[in-house]
Structure formats: structure tokens, C-alpha cells
Design a protein around this ligand. Structure first.
Ligand code: S6P
Ligand code: ZN
Length: 202
């Protein structure tokens, strides 16, 4: 019987879940994120020597009857490019049932959330934290700690993941390392209107 037709059970320590359940592992290296980090000079310098692994997604895509649920574990590694902490690309969900659940297993992070019209907020992510992400909010995870940030996401398989909007305009805010620790600042090159990018810097 296909695994997706069975009940799945996993220990609360999600790190032991990784190799057991995932049927697809997607590594995301700096090459995949080179246009997302704001310090392009540092991106070029790092890529000249290395292509660090920023995160991996261990995923199970629902392929059974009816609506089902897909889920995945993200391992986001610690590090910075310039003063920006390692992060996931970030995306909007569109289509029916676009909401998502996040549950943090370990590490220390920030969830950056944003609407299409530029409202932006951050939530702290620590072990055991659960976040309900409503469908209208784009989401990016940022590792502000020194350990791997490991979290589970659960979403409906008919969601369309919209990466293009974030790839084109970024998030309204950046989370950067400062002498006082992690700091959330305005993104100087964020544009709320991707069709008219010269008029809308925040
Ligand atoms: C999927 C969910 C996560 C992300 C993962 C990587 O809806 O939000 O599983 O896919 O954290 O981030 P991204 O932005 O590269 O898909
Ligand atoms: Zn998502």
C-alpha cells in the first residue's frame, strides 16, 4: 500500500523524522539564492570560492485521492551573506486552501510575513513554536541562531506556490546581523508595484 494511504506517525523530535518519511529532498545552495541576498558583491565573492548549502527541504507530496495534505521539513543552516542571515526564498500561496501550519523543532529563527500590498510583520521562531500562516501572507524563514533551524510545514497539495512575486520585489523588510544582535530593517530596494519599480521604494 502506498505510504500516503496509511496513517503517519513520527516522534516529537522531528530530527529523527527526516530520513524516515521524506520522499524528495531539495537542496538550496547560494547559487539558487544569489539574486535574493541584497549584498551582491559578497554573493559573488563567496560563489567564487564555494557554493554553501543554505537549506534543504525534505518533502512528502500528497498523491492520494481527495484533498489530502502535503508536508515537509526544512533544515535551514546558520550563516550570513554580508549582514543578512541565511533565509528561505519565500513565497505566496495562491489557489484554494492556501493556509499552512509551521511547527518548529529546534533552532532560533524569524518568520517574515508580508501581504501583497506591503504590510509586513515578523514572528519569533523557537523550539515548540507553532504558527498558523494564513493564505494571504507571503512567508520566509530566517535563521538568526548558531544552530540549524528545523521546522515542519503542512499545506494543502492544491496550493500554487508563487515564487515570482518575491523574486521580483523581495520582502518589505530584511533581518540583518548588527552589533546588538538581529535587527529588522526596511528593505531599501523593496517595491510594492513590480510594474512600476522606479516609484515605490519604501
Ligand atoms: C511550503 C512551505 C515550506 C517551504 C520551505 C522552503 O509551502 O512554506 O515547506 O517550501 O521552507 O522555502 P521556499 O520559500 O524555498 O519554498
Ligand atoms: Zn509555504
Amino acid at each position: 500500500m502506498d505510504m500516503l494511504f496509511k496513517a503517519l506517525s513520527s516522534p516529537l523530535d522531528l530530527s529523527s523524522f527526516l530520513s524516515v518519511h521524506a520522499d524528495k529532498v531539495t537542496p538550496r545552495r547560494l547559487t539558487h539564492l544569489k539574486d535574493y541576498f541584497s549584498d551582491r558583491q559578497t554573493v559573488r565573492e563567496v560563489l567564487a570560492k564555494d557554493d554553501p548549502l543554505i537549506y534543504e527541504v525534505w518533502e512528502v507530496e500528497y498523491a492520494g485521492p481527495g484533498r489530502g495534505l502535503s508536508y515537509g521539513m526544512t533544515r535551514l543552516f546558520p550563516g550570513t551573506i554580508g549582514n543578512e542571515y541565511f533565509f528561505t526564498r519565500g513565497h505566496f500561496h495562491s489557489g484554494d486552501l492556501g493556509d499552512e501550519m509551521y511547527v518548529v523543532n529546534s533552532g532560533k529563527g524569524v518568520l517574515l510575513l508580508s501581504t501583497r500590498d506591503g504590510y509586513c510583520e515578523t514572528l519569533d521562531l523557537t523550539a515548540g513554536q507553532m504558527v498558523y500562516v494564513p493564505s494571504h501572507l507571503a512567508h520566509r524563514t530566517i535563521n538568526i541562531g548558531t544552530e540549524e533551524l528545523l521546522f515542519l510545514s503542512v499545506w494543502a497539495p492544491n496550493i500554487v506556490h508563487d515564487y515570482d512575486t518575491i523574486a521580483e520585489r523581495g520582502f518589505p523588510k530584511l533581518v540583518v546581523a548588527s552589533p546588538n544582535g538581529p535587527e529588522t530593517i526596511e528593505n531599501p530596494v523593496f517595491f510594492t508595484d513590480k510594474n512600476n519599480p522606479t516609484t515605490k521604494p519604501l
